[in-house]
Design a binder for this molecule. Structure first.
Ligand code: GCO
Ligand code: MG
Length: 402
């Protein structure tokens, strides 16, 4: 069997998605997510101009060899654009392998290690009173873990608080909008929110919070300490993580668990964090960390160091990525949690899929391959629309991490 056709599909059923479709000479096809929020066309061009021509005629079952060929062969290693492109190819090849073998991909990865994939939902609202109602909504839907984000008094807008509660989408304009940030106001407010949530929902509901890279290590340590009474499952991205050593400082000061990694692309981005046990959950995901092949490598390293998975699963990761993530989540021994932000009905229609939610768990499809596809005719009805992520500034105008 040989690869006969490679297509890149860009579509915007509510938001932009890039999908790679690989077709073999025997008519089997596989799909891979290639969406990089706000930089979609860079990945589409990388795939179309540089990767697709080199795939024609290759044996689709040589997944590891193709990964090495694209990674080492490019010479210019790593980076989100390259690794997202490689991820798309890798994911599509696993999909083809599953279809040819007649098995869902999780069985090719060693079979199920659990009955379902525990997911967390996103309670978000401007005020604490409103967010309590949002948490209750997720509890009623059966969620066992809920991420809690609120507005901060004195700040006009805050990351993670959206008008459309189920489908948070930060890429909201053709040119970046600007948010204003105050660490002092934030640090004073967050513990008061979690005090109310714990009080209302009791000690066992798993609670999470995303800091979105906005603090320094010592500020993050203070936040972690102040949240200890409320026993969070994790605080996410407490600091920008280019400096992995910075997490040593946080770790020395707090027992609040830490999750990091949605912007990482390779095992080298988190190798120190994992090896020194500076984090508890690694949030790398299929689409941005080199596909199923490379993510498995990261999770295996993590398993040796008491670090569990907690893959990113925001709305900007397509149902193709979610399907792939679920197969890996089901198979690995050190699964922790899976983020699950729902897609709009328009997106679900463009990407028909067999995974389903039931009582706090997601379950991958049992059909051969990944159990997800793209309806190319429907996709063509939603042309690309430029949309970028916001920029963050301090109250004095200084650009800050978003
Ligand atoms: C999360 C993330 C997202 C990202 C978004 C960027 O934890 O879900 O932080 O909200 O900001 O995916 O494209
Ligand atoms: Mg996040």
């Amino acid at each position: 069997m040989k690869i006969a056709d490679v297509r890149v599909v860009v579509t915007c059923p509510g938001r932009n998605f890039v999908t790679l479709k690989i077709v073999t000479d025997e008519g089997v096809h596989g799909v891979g997510d290639a969406t990089l929020n706000g930089r979609e066309l860079a990945v589409a061009a990388y795939l179309r101009d540089h990767v697709a021509p080199a795939l024609i005629g290759r044996d689709p079952s040589r997944i590891e060899d193709t990964w090495q060929y694209l990674y080492k062969g490019a010479y210019w290693r790593r980076g989100p654009v390259t690794m997202t492109a490689i991820a798309a190819v890798d994911t599509a090849l696993w999909d083809i392998l599953g279809k040819v073998a007649g098995l869902p991909v999780y069985k090719l990865l060693g079979g199920r290690s659990r009955e379902g994939v525990t997911v967390y939902g996103h309670a978000n609202a401007d005020t604490t009173d409103q967010v309590l109602a949002e948490v209750a909504r997720y509890v009623e839907l059966g969620y066992r873990a809920v991420r809690v984000q609120t507005g901060v008094p004195g700040l006009a807008s805050t990351y993670g608080v959206s008008g459309d509660k189920m489908f948070y989408e930060p890429a909201d304009a053709a040119l970046p909008t600007e948010n204003v940030w105050s660490t002092a106001k934030y640090l004073a407010h967050v513990p008061t929110v979690f005090a109310r949530v714990r009080d209302e929902f009791g000690p066992t509901l798993r609670l999470l919070h995303d800091v979105h890279h906005r603090l320094t290590p010592i500020e993050a340590a203070r936040l972690g300490k102040s949240l200890e009474p409320y026993a969070l499952t994790w605080i996410e991205d407490p600091v920008p993580a280019e400096l992995q050593e910075g997490f040593r400082l946080i770790r020395q000061h707090t027992t609040t668990p830490i999750a990091v990694g949605e912007v990482f692309n390779t095992v080298w981005d988190c190798e120190t964090l994992i090896r020194e046990q500076l984090i508890d959950y690694i949030r790398t995901t299929v689409v941005h960390a080199g596909g199923i092949t490379h993510l498995r490598r990261i999770f295996d390293l993590a398993a040796l160091h008491h670090v569990r998975s907690g893959s990113h699963g925001a709305t900007d990761l397509s149902p193709v990525c979610m399907a792939a993530a679920l197969h890996l989540d089901l198979a690995i021994p050190n699964f922790g949690l899976q983020e699950y932000m729902r897609h709009t009905p328009e997106t679900d229609a463009v990407f028909p899929h067999g995974y389903h939610y039931d009582g706090g768990y997601l379950h991958p499809a049992e059909t051969p391959g990944l159990g997800v596809d793209i309806d190319e005719d429907l996709a063509a009805r939603y042309p690309y629309r430029p949309a970028q992520l916001p920029v963050n500034r301090l109250e004095d105008g200084t650009v800050h991490s978003w």
